[in-house]
Design a protein around this ligand. Structure first.
Ligand SMILES: [Zn+2]
Length: 495
């Protein structure tokens, strides 16, 4: 009897960083999905694989997959390891959502034991969206991981970032090894040295320094003129003395110093003498810092009319004729923006439950995997002991012993590495997700209790780069809150 198998496709994704880690590789994901397909009688007709690097977002094959599904309507099953493999942004989620609804597609997140289809509850969908979102957040944090590699470099005395002006980052190849070093930029270095010397005399203001630098032809790497703030930063940069700060620690660099420590200290003294720290300007207008002009991109400021009415306006003085907007109006629009991300107790509690189960599942999964590995480890150890005795007793030839024992040793090594990985807890996005949701649950009553300056602080947590366009305010949410804000656009998503 022949069983008719249902057709499916699979989707896998890794970041280039993850790929180096055991268990995250594409082959591992694919094997996992093929095993599941076999068990459940799916025949995988096509694979879509994305590899994400720091430069590329890695969505190309995701897009192809969506196209493929639209063209081949008979295929209804998408297999994927888990949420963070499938989707990293809200646009993807919305695309998947419409696929699910239009074509009756089922997305199976195998490791999470979760099926996303037409019949999924809206709150489950929201959770899915959330996980995807937080996964994205996690991936962003992964880049911090690469800092570990950078720390290594820093300890070796090589500044791990872009060297300041006056130096060049040089990549060399030596005996097939890539060597990254920092060398003096002979065209800019002499002038930079002179700038330090000039400023150390205490006779020059920073503005004057800037003019001298520009007159003498100093330009940024992109060929632009130098700003005062740039000069300020440069003259305070200890890198030029041969050392540098990394992760808060002073490291002795391998690069050649441009100036002496003595000169550097004299320059710092000049700063104390001539550049008293700026007095902190008190911000009188609560919401000004949150907004930019939608037309020209200038900052927004405010002024007081008739001694009591506060009006916000664009600071761009030429050509931009943005209307003045009353503060009350701005406050109201910002309040609406906050309201949009607020969630009720019911949804929060539901999310808590889902997250809790998820955590449990993950723990159980890890435990089961570890146990299997331990079993295999013990078996291998026994075999190795036995085969050694057999060799001594002359029961098996030397070559057989060599090849078998080296295979098993290798496997043991792999198992030990995997075990360490399981013991190091996976990133727990549930915790972070809950934090965001709890915040979204509390924000409204909290907001209402604050004065406008405190409100502005809260708004800063949630929003960035909002623009004022005529009388309309366009809120722009930070990543973590985007999904909550946009859920109203997608009523299926628990809005
Ligand atoms: Zn403007």
């Amino acid at each position: 009897m022949q069983i008719k198998m249902e057709k499916a496709i699979l989707y896998a994704r890794v970041s280039s960083k993850e790929q180096e880690q055991e268990g995250y590789s594409i082959p591992a994901q694919k094997k996992y999905l093929y095993d599941h397909a076999l068990k459940n009688k799916y025949s995988v007709v096509k694979e879509f694989v994305d590899i994400e690097s720091a430069k590329q977002s890695g969505r190309k094959n995701f897009v192809d997959m969506v196209k493929f599904l639209k063209k081949n309507r008979q295929i209804k099953i998408v297999l994927c390891e888990k949420t963070d493999r499938l989707s990293r942004n809200f646009k993807d989620i919305a695309t998947l959502d419409s696929l699910i609804n239009e074509s009756d597609i089922k997305i199976i997140l195998v490791k999470e034991n979760f099926v996303l289809d037409k019949h999924s509850r809206s709150s489950d969908k929201l959770m899915f969206g959330f996980k995807a979102l937080i996964a994205k957040h996690y991936i962003d944090n992964l880049s911090e991981e690469s800092k570990k590699g950078m720390n290594q470099k820093a300890q070796e005395g090589i500044f791990p970032g872009l060297a300041p002006l006056g130096y060049k980052n040089v990549t060399k190849k030596e005996n097939d090894r890539v060597l990254k070093t920092i060398e003096i930029d002979q065209t800019r270095a002499p002038l930079i040295k002179r700038l330090f010397e000039l400023y150390s005399t205490g006779q020059y203001s920073l503005k004057r320094m800037r003019d001298i630098a520009n007159e003498e032809g100093l330009r940024s790497r992109t060929g632009k003129k130098i700003h005062t703030s740039f000069i300020d930063k440069m003259l305070k940069n200890i890198f030029y003395t041969g050392s540098f700060y990394w992760s808060g620690k002073l490291c002795q660099g391998k690069h050649i110093p441009l100036i002496s420590k003595k000169l550097f200290n004299m320059v710092q003294k000049s700063f104390q003498r001539f550049n008293k720290p700026h007095r902190l300007r008190k911000r009188r207008f609560a919401y000004a810092g949150l907004l930019k002009c939608a037309k020209c991109g200038s900052s927004i400021t405010a002024e007081i009319h008739k001694e009591k009415f506060i009006y916000y306006r664009c600071t761009g003085y030429r050509g931009c004729k943005l209307t003045y907007v009353r503060e009350e109006k701005i406050a109201d629009m910002l309040f609406q923006a906050i309201k949009k991300i607020s969630i009720d107790e019911e949804l929060l509690n539901h999310c808590r439950k889902v997250f809790k189960n998820e955590n449990k599942d993950q723990c159980e999964y890890r435990k089961a995997q570890s146990e299997n590995l331990e079993k295999r480890k013990n078996l291998l150890k026994k075999r190795l002991e036995k085969i050694y005795v057999d060799k001594i007793d002359g029961k098996i030839p030397e070559e057989t012993y060599d090849s078998l024992s080296s295979d098993w040793q290798e496997e043991l090594k792999n198992i030990n590495e995997k075990l360490i990985n399981y013991q190091n807890k996976d990133f727990d996005y549930t915790e972070e997700g809950l934090k965001i949701l709890e915040f979204a649950n509390k924000i409204l009553p909290l907001y209402l209790r604050q004065n406008k300056f405190e409100r502005a602080k809260m708004l800063n947590i949630v929003l960035s780069n909002c623009t004022l366009d005529g009388k309309k305010l366009n809120p722009h949410y930070k990543k973590a809150f985007n999904l909550l804000a946009e859920r109203s656009l997608y009523p299926n998503w628990g809005g």
